[in-house]
Design a protein. Structure first.
Length: 237
């Protein structure tokens, strides 16, 4: 049995005054690599970014995720959700470096060809167009794990894609930021044989209903990337 100890992945999560998730924060060794990946594949805007320098030995990348709310703003109680990444290079990480921990986490996640429980440590988003992201990942050979689950309240099947994002100074590893995209339909995933069927719902029925009520199409806001509504953050608290 594989056993190892790793540091607390999420530093903090915040809930907006409107009751929706506002932000979640992750430690990583290379926030700038994560920034590039996120901006390439997902609808984002910069809130605060600070590249590392020898004076501060800290690197911040705070990105807002476009959920379709207009105006698209990072500020205020109704601002879009955010993911923050922090590289604090002078902080003591114990007997293992951040890269060591990222490597062990990445080895567990693997290449997306089989399920691992560490995939459950993710930030989950509901989208109207999951196939847009599947096509982008497939086109660039970005590893992802396809799955589905059944909403017990409605009996409907929902499709998921779980992807580990870059963000480690170890180029063979990814970061602790795992994203799960969820949608009520997917022509691509529904045609795949034997994709993973989760034994439990990845979102509660109430959360699904709420997130779907807030989900909009890319066309309705003139975006080239489908909006993402943050619906959960799962972590080892």
């Amino acid at each position: 049995m594989r056993v190892f100890v790793f540091m607390l992945l999420m530093l903090a999560s915040l809930v907006h005054a409107n009751g929706h998730l506002g932000k979640t924060t992750f430690a990583m060794s290379h926030p700038w690599a994560w920034k590039g990946f996120m901006e390439q594949y997902f609808p984002t805007a910069e809130n605060v970014v600070q590249k590392n320098d020898t004076t501060t030995c800290v690197e911040w990348v705070k990105l807002c995720i476009d959920d379709g709310t207009r105006p698209f703003t990072c500020q205020g109680p109704n601002g879009n959700s955010q993911i923050h990444s922090v590289g604090a290079y002078l902080r003591d990480s114990g007997s293992e470096t951040m890269q060591d921990l990222e490597k062990k986490f990445s080895d567990a996640i693997g290449d997306g060809t089989k399920y691992d429980p560490f995939m459950e440590l993710n930030a989950g988003f509901v989208t109207d167009d999951l196939d847009h992201y599947v096509k982008a990942f497939q086109g660039d050979k970005v590893p992802f794990f396809p799955g589905k689950f059944v909403d017990k309240a409605s009996g409907s099947t929902y499709y998921t894609v779980t992807v580990q994002t870059p963000g480690s100074l170890d180029t063979t590893s990814g970061s602790f930021v795992v994203l799960q995209l969820i949608a009520s339909s997917s022509e691509i995933l529904s045609a795949m044989p034997d994709i993973h069927l989760y034994p439990v719902q990845q979102l509660s029925s109430a959360t699904l209903k709420d997130a779907l009520s807030r989900t909009v199409t890319a066309a309705s806001i003139g975006s080239d990337k489908p909006p993402l509504t943050m619906a959960k953050v799962t972590n080892p608290y």
